[in-house]
Design a protein. Structure first.
Length: 462
């Protein structure tokens, strides 16, 4: 029954994609030759575009089927599906162009082909997002469900049950759990059936009422996995292994394959590839836009500093950024000249006598940070990220605070998740680290936008 339903959905999604691909082709044809938006091109042969359309349908069907694009994606993200869609669409386009090259007789507008591919990507993406959201809506209401068993140690099983219960849109209904250890019955969530007897568990699986099994164990008990697999023999169901990496996994982990070897990355920066390009583009664009309206206020601030306190306008200080690299951070000077000559590197206190009257106002409004827009343009900092610290302080922190240096897996920022939550200056260092790590683990463009918005709405208040 499930297989028939799955084949129906696959056929439905393929048909939907072909409809939108067709719409993209004929929209591109209209835009190129009949919209008046582009220079007129005479002498095109309509039959060539009709034949090309049929070839496109064939190429898209072949490639999307070949890449198994319509496989179940219950626990996959929109982002992962979009990346797969770009790859499949690009391969389908190359297949289509290869066929045209071999045929030689078809004469097509290159602009029309480019417009088609871009619009098809937009149309098909919108179609898939709509389709997935529709499925999620149905699953929240008890339709299109898959029955799941969870096998593992008590704490991990409980966590897995809570996650699957919370994310109801996945449509994964937990029908039972089996504990690999004794004495953990008390923490099995209410309403979940505990199957203590292994033979009974195996019988239920073999009866055909289970679609998936999640095996969740601490990493030190991963050796039990082959034994658990053997319980169910060659039953045609999907099995997932969810290891609890505990203290080993500090940042986003990933699994890759290299020549038959499985390589698990325990800690890495979430910003690579397109994510890094998007964040850097946003930094350049927004900091450039901010410098124009900030120019006059910065000139006034510079004049006030010069008139009210002897010494330079700017304060340059060595800080540590991405991957532990050092750079010179620029700020408006807010303290008297030579403030740390006797004390060495220390944080400013609430009523620090070293702070000038103008500097106190600048600190309250965080306007002393404005020159760091130059650091952002140079690529030394980002608009959003963990605040940079001085190397001497970092050498102390890394000895006493576990995982402190993980905050250097991304660029330092002008503002950050810790700062908008009140953890800045002379406040709890551990709280700041926790917020910085949480930001890195859950980074997204949308989160950066929210942090920048909250910073601006807060009026740069400290």
């Amino acid at each position: 029954m499930l297989k028939r339903h799955h084949e129906f959905f696959k056929s439905l999604m393929l048909l939907s994609d072909l409809v939108f691909v067709s719409a993209a082709w004929w929209c591109a044809f209209w835009a190129r030759f009949h919209s008046g938006l582009l220079p007129a091109l005479e002498g095109y042969v309509f039959n060539h575009y009709l034949i090309a359309w049929l070839l496109i349908l064939g190429a898209w069907t072949f490639v999307f089927r070949l890449m198994d694009f319509y496989r179940p994606r219950r626990i996959s993200t929109h982002g992962r599906e979009f990346v797969d869609l770009v790859k499949a669409s690009l391969l389908a386009l190359l297949t289509f162009l290869g066929i045209i090259f071999i045929m030689r007789d078809l004469v097509l507008s290159r602009i029309a082909v480019l417009l088609f591919w871009c619009s098809s990507l937009v149309f098909v993406t919108a179609s898939h997002v709509t389709f997935r959201e529709g499925l999620r809506y149905l699953r929240r209401r008890g339709h299109n469900l898959r029955h799941v068993l969870i096998v593992g140690t008590a704490a991990e099983v409980r966590q897995m049950v809570e996650r699957l219960t919370w994310y109801r849109h996945l449509g994964l209904r937990v029908v039972g759990v089996h504990l690999t250890e004794r004495g953990g019955d008390a923490i099995v969530p209410k309403g979940v059936r505990l199957i203590a007897d292994r033979a009974k568990l195996v019988r239920q699986v073999k009866s055909g009422g289970i679609d998936r099994i999640f095996v969740t164990l601490p990493l030190e008990q991963a050796s039990l996995l082959p034994e658990i697999q053997a319980w169910f023999g060659d039953e045609p169901l999907t099995m997932h292994f969810v290891p609890n990496l505990g203290a080993l996994a500090k940042l986003r982990g990933s699994m890759e394959e290299f020549d038959g070897l499985s390589i698990m990355t325990l800690q890495s920066s979430p910003l690579y590839g397109w994510d890094a390009i998007v964040k850097r583009t946003m930094d350049i664009a927004l900091s450039t836009l901010a410098l124009a309206p900030a120019a006059l206020p910065m000139m006034i601030i510079a004049l006030l500093i010069k008139l009210t306190s002897p010494g330079p306008v700017f304060y340059r200080q060595e800080r540590m950024g991405l991957d532990g690299r050092r750079f010179v951070m620029i700020k408006f000077r807010t303290m008297v000249q030579g403030a740390e000559d006797e004390t060495g590197p220390t944080w400013a206190a609430a009523e620090d006598p070293r702070v000038t009257p103008v500097g106190r106002w600048l600190r309250r409004m965080s306007l002393d940070e404005l020159p760091q827009l130059v650091n952002v343009l140079r690529g030394e900092m980002s608009l959003v990220g963990p605040r940079p610290e001085r190397p001497p302080l970092i050498e102390e922190f890394r000895k006493t605070i576990p995982a402190y240096m993980l905050r250097h897996k991304v660029k330092a920022g002008m503002t950050g998740w810790a700062q908008i939550n009140g953890w800045r200056g002379n406040t709890s260092l551990q709280k700041r680290i926790d917020h910085d790590i949480a930001y890195i683990e859950s980074w997204s463009v949308w989160r950066d936008v929210k942090i920048l918005t909250w910073t601006l709405l807060g009026g740069f208040r400290n």
